[in-house]
Design a protein around this ligand. Structure first.
Ligand code: 5GP
Length: 115
């Protein structure tokens, strides 16, 4: 059995997080190293490492995450817009192998992602 990811530990309540939304399928919490005035992470409770590990049957779950993005953005008052980023594996800059959507807002986000 491979070691739990940091996000699985947050899901299991083993380490604290600033959770702003939770339902039976997902969890939303503030990023510990915010890159914008508002920076939260939307993660499924199901352990899926990367986009490449998605199964066809995960389509409904992924659709649900987008609905949660919409609702959380509203809850956070991001009425002027925001950016959603999903990094995939090494070349995409993914550090935590548990699929997650970044929501960044509260300022004008630059057009290009550097690197
Ligand atoms: P990635 O680079 O994998 O797309 O993004 C991982 C994100 O998780 C990073 O923005 C990082 O700051 C955040 N992160 C890593 N460890 C923790 C943690 O223990 N708690 C919280 N809230 N965020 C974390």
């Amino acid at each position: 059995m491979s070691e739990k990811t940091i996000f699985k530990k947050i899901i299991d309540g083993e380490i604290p997080a600033d959770v702003i939304y939770e339902d039976d399928q997902c969890l939303v919490f503030r990023d510990i190293n915010a890159q914008a005035p508002t920076h939260v992470l939307v993660i499924p409770k199901k352990e899926i490492a990367t986009i490449d590990d998605l199964a066809d049957e995960d389509a409904k779950l992924m659709g649900h995450l987008w609905i949660v993005v919409r609702d959380v953005a509203k809850q956070l008052g991001l009425t002027d817009g925001y950016r959603v980023i999903v990094n995939c594996k090494e070349d995409g800059g993914q550090e935590v192998p548990h699929i997650h959507l970044h929501i960044l807002g509260g300022k004008r986000i630059g057009k290009m992602v550097s690197g």
